[in-house]
Design a protein around this ligand. Structure first.
Ligand SMILES: Nc1ncnc2c1ncn2[C@@H]1O[C@H](COP(=O)(O)OP(=O)(O)OP(=O)(O)O)[C@@H](O)[C@H]1O
Ligand SMILES: [Mg+2]
Length: 246
């Protein structure tokens, strides 16, 4: 059987800048794959290209063997792939449950969307804050609500862009437990995080990028020990140093 998600030589250029330069990888059902690289490496642009927010200059994206590159983001979401935003993009004037309901409208009428939103909040242990204003949420609550919005679209592959930024270690552990629980149900994840501790603990495999190119791929230990990856991180807080403690 083919991979669930396939990126095939994807390229994105901005003027003269090759932000994503011929990146290929696959994600299988139930895998958690980490995408790492220094600031500006192209991680968010890869995510945007996968979900249809950023047109490809060349290459293909396939989901379940079907080509999704060229489709609009809501069509890609209907096919089963969506992403969270690097800086949580919740609607500030809506309650938590309303925020999640708007996402669930992808597949449901208003009544069905509300029911779906409540079910997702329950699953993530967030029913206690369903009526809260998003402005009043803590960082870990915001991260989970952002994930709840994405889950409400009923994805097969979920792309998480730095949802654990600003979390303490114990808060990260809580979010990672939620991700592992969802994976146990068959959901696949691509995860961008700068916290190497979280990446090493969570991911089955890593993809390392720099200057829009794939530098290395393999198990977390293999990638963290790769000389090119260590070189890319020198002066950036060092993957190698943290990996030594993982
Ligand atoms: N819309 C855009 N127009 C022009 N250049 C862009 C645009 N978006 C990103 N870039 C550039 O593309 C490159 C990759 O950026 P991207 O945001 O994908 O990096 P990143 O790996 O997500 O970085 P970070 O870890 O800081 O979030 C950078 O050089 C960035 O300045
Ligand atoms: Mg980014």
């Amino acid at each position: 059987m083919g991979a669930l998600l396939e990126a095939d030589a994807i390229c994105v250029t901005f003027g003269g800048l090759r932000a994503v330069d011929g990146v290929s990888f696959t994600v299988n059902a139930g895998e958690i794959i980490g995408l790492i690289g220094p600031n500006g490496a192209g991680k968010t642009t890869i995510f945007n290209a996968l979900v249809g927010l950023q047109p490809l200059t060349s290459g293909f994206v396939r989901l379940g063997g079907e080509r999704v590159s060229g489709l609009k983001p809501h069509r890609v979401a209907q096919k089963g792939m969506t992403k969270t935003f690097q800086n949580a993009a919740l609607f500030p004037d809506m309650s938590v449950v309303e925020n999640v309901t708007t996402a669930a409208l992808l597949r449901h009428d208003l009544h069905g969307a509300r029911t779906k939103a409540e079910a997702v909040l329950e699953k993530l242990g967030l029913n206690g804050i369903a009526q809260a204003d998003v402005a009043d949420l803590t960082f870990p609550q915001k991260a989970l609500v952002e994930m709840a919005r994405a889950l409400a679209t009923e994805p097969r592959v979920l792309l998480l862009d730095e949802v654990m930024a600003a979390l303490t270690h114990s808060e990260m552990d809580e979010v990672m437990e939620v991700i592992r629980g969802l994976r146990a149900e068959g959901l696949s994840f691509l995860v961008v995080e700068h916290h190497m501790r979280a990446i090493m603990a969570l991911c089955d495999k890593l993809l390392a990028v720099n200057f829009g190119r794939l530098l290395a791929h393999g198990t977390p230990a293999e990638v963290a020990a790769n000389p090119q990856v260590i070189e890319a991180y020198l002066g950036h807080g060092a993957v190698g140093k943290e990996a030594a403690h993982a």
